[in-house]
Design a binder for this molecule. Sequence first.
Ligand code: NAD
Length: 324
Amino acid sequence: MARHRTGRAVVTGGAGFVGSHLCERLLERGSEVVCVDNFATGSPRNVRHLSAAPGFRLVEADVTRPLADTGPVDTVFHLASAASPADYLRLPEETLEAGSLGTRTALRLALRHGARMVLASTSEVYGDPLQYPQQEGYWGNVNPIGPRSVYDEAKRYAEALTMAYHRTHGTDVAIARIFNCYGPRMRPDDGRAVPTFIGQALAGEAITVSGDGLQTRSICYVDDTVRGLLALADSGATGPVNIGSTEELSMLRLAELVRRLAGSGSPIVHIGRPADDPRFRRPDTRLAEKLLDWRPAVRMEEGLRRTIDWFMAERAVPAARSAA
Ligand code: NAD
């Protein structure tokens, strides 16, 4: 049975979507948390509810620059990076630097304190995959000079640097290849399918599906993703390990599902497909099951309902304020 790592954790990108849920879970299980973020795509609002928690500290800093000492550290979770296509296409150089210089900062911190470093990598390292479902041994099919390369290649470099520290310095590392994940605290304007569809459905606007909508994704509820990251941190595994749902569906079907769950009458319209958009995405998660005893627990309808409820509550806040 893996032991829970309950010492101090540094979470880079902790004020982002996934990072804020990770900070929450770490505090719940007794860790101290230093959340390091420059708010490039995240917001202090995502961790505002944690600010009074004993053991939580928010540090505004850019991880591509040397970090002030955080004190003793048990685990470094490196999540700092733009993650949605809309964000990384807007921040191409920053994204490459978060993957390269930012990963180096995280690794140096782990090396200095003898900590374990967990890298939040991505299914995008598989590119437009020629293997289906994708196993960790697959090397990927990535366009190195396309617009998406700033993200895909940054993460591939981040993985390479992580393994170099492991081999050269003996740094204790783990690589999580996270597949599309969704849930509360995604920004409605971040361009990813779930928040876009929910925002459009709730506003009664047309739901915009790119291309014919037959491209597939496997979307995982954020609580499950975070549970996977923690299980990886607690294990002795180096990885890479796929963390994602095997419940695959087409974007058209997702749009229909969101529309039904939101009780919306929005029409579904088709728009142009972005360059190098992968056609299929489904993880082979047998390694995570075997090494981490991890599998997603939240069914898609349930996860989407929770996410829609959160979006509705968020929309109600400004309305209630202006009514007051
Ligand atoms: P996000 O944009 O919500 O969070 C990223 C956070 O990193 C933000 O708070 C941002 O301000 C911060 N950040 C960016 N550059 C920084 C820098 N130089 N210094 C300090 N902070 C910086 O994205 P997310 O969806 O929460 O993704 C978190 C991590 O998980 C990313 O590394 C992403 O690549 C990975 N990931 C996410 C998904 C997903 O579906 N959400 C899938 C695969 C991988």
